[in-house]
Ligand binder design. Sequence first.
Ligand code: ATR
Length: 271
Amino acid sequence: MKVFGIISDERAFRSKSPVMHNYVFKKTAFEAVYVPFCVQEVHIEKAINGIKALQIHGVNVTVPYKQSVMPYLDSLSDEVLAIGAVNTILSKDNKLYGYNTDASGLMDVFQRDHIEIKNCVALVFGTGGASRAVLYALFKSGAKAVYIAGRNIQKTKKLADEMSAHALLINDVNFRDIKPDIIINATSVSSPDESNELADFIDNMPVYNVSQVIDINYGRQVNIWKNMASRMNSQFMDGRSMLASQAARSYYIWTGNQVDVDLYMARLLEN
Ligand code: ATR
């Protein structure tokens, strides 16, 4: 029996990862259990060291610790170094290995759903950890130009410089100037309850012909990005595909076995 888990703050208890991974472990007859670990920020170092002490086989790490766990790992993958965030840890031979499956998971989504990124112009909202993985996936998939829209211009410019993208203030975004083929929301906001201001801005965006809108979040009753996509006649996808894909990639890192992403998707669609 192997033990896995997700490290976060109290959001660990709301994460879909435990139900999703436990379902797939059962379906693939992999003898393991996956549990939520709610960790206070001051205890992050102890929690990461505890992975070895407790002989936990692997964990996912999510907001808000994707960056703060990095100093306590023995080895970081090239993607982690490029993106600056870890979402998967493997414990092996008394060493902790840090990976990022968010970006590769999103690249899998592009391929699986035939979303053509090569030579496209992309507009990404948000400047946090998720946004970094999205930018990496877009460039790796051959995007021609990437614009990042944030609410803090210094933070946005810093990220844009680091990732060779163009920075914009959200309030200055004009689709007709940028001409995006794809828009990705990587902010934490997807409903008016979360930010009336951003919701108003998106709701009032003049219609422009965008092929694809992706929201990395899911589960909102009213989704401002979905409504925008429908006004603009665009394809829309929420964050469940990305969540399922990053989970399948983590499963591979932990077990050495490929698993059908549809198994993860099936469990997510049950909710
Ligand atoms: P994650 O690691 O999931 O990206 P995060 O680092 O907390 O999480 O980032 C959330 C992003 O959503 C940030 O870019 C945040 O903007 P700030 O960096 O300026 O805080 C963005 N965000 C949150 N609320 C927002 C709002 N009301 N309008 C615009 N952006 C918002």
